[in-house]
Design a protein. Structure first.
Length: 243
């Protein structure tokens, strides 16, 4: 691809319609996936000397409505290499966020600060000050009320808490059972959940494609969205509520 000249850029910036279209596309997951998958499909078809659709089906986007569902989705993705037998432990799984988070903490020499989560959520959050500040990934813990200007995923839920949760979930699926330690019981309490609901949610994610457009930890949250959207039947929303 030829380099883009400054003259070309300036000409485009004066085109209000082009600017509006570009902004809309940069915010569109569908447009991003199209740009990602189309050249890969063409390349694969050229190598195989064939034609037609390369990917089995179009990606499916599901709105995640609450904290538990967000964590379940993140844990499920981070554990995919372990579930596939590619990696022994989550932090050794290539191309995952959990590996990059752990490596960042190790480079900072702050592994002990992660272990503080075993003493409870408060201790884990206190020790995690600045822990994810220099990492390009979205922080697990939202510390804007404490000491950071970066928006994180969940307030009061440290990276150490997340690692405990992923470790427990990995053992759950690899061995069919896992013990609930005191610190993990606190994690589930913080989420307003329990081990049974957590296991059910991960099993549903692992079972295949989700139905509907929304994922929530409770049916009440789905009903709230249904009311806001003016949908009369919960079945129209689908979702992955387990309680």
């Amino acid at each position: 691809m030829a380099p883009v000249s400054e003259e070309w850029v300036q000409a485009r910036l004066k085109d209000a319609r082009w600017v509006a279209t570009a902004r809309e596309r940069l915010q569109s997951l569908s447009w991003f996936m199209k740009c990602l998958k189309e050249p890969l499909s063409r390349l694969a078809n050229r190598e195989e000397q064939t034609r037609g659709a390369f990917f089995e089906g179009r990606f499916k986007s599901v709105a995640i409505l609450d904290e538990e569902s967000l964590l379940a989705t993140c844990a499920y993705i981070d554990l995919n290499p372990v579930a596939a037998g590619i990696a022994e432990v989550p932090e050794a799984s290539a191309h995952t966020s959990i590996k990059q988070r752990v490596e960042h903490v190790q480079e900072e020499g702050r592994t002990e600060d992660l272990n503080a989560a075993q003493a409870g959520s408060v201790a884990g959050s206190t020790a995690a000050a600045g822990l994810e500040e220099g990492l390009w990934l979205c922080p697990v813990e939202d510390r804007r009320r404490l000491d950071s200007s970066r928006e994180g995923m969940i307030e009061g839920f440290s990276l150490g808490n997340y690692l405990l949760l992923v470790e427990y979930t990995g053992r759950l699926f690899r061995e069919g059972k896992a013990a609930i330690s005191g610190e993990l019981a606190g994690v589930f309490e913080r989420l307003g959940s329990n081990a049974e609901n957590w296991q059910a949610r991960l099993q549903k994610l692992a079972a295949g494609r989700l139905l509907g457009r929304f994922c929530a930890a409770s049916r009440a949250r789905l009903r709230e969205v249904a009311e806001r959207l003016g949908v009369h039947h919960l079945a129209n929303l689908g979702g992955c509520a387990a309680r």
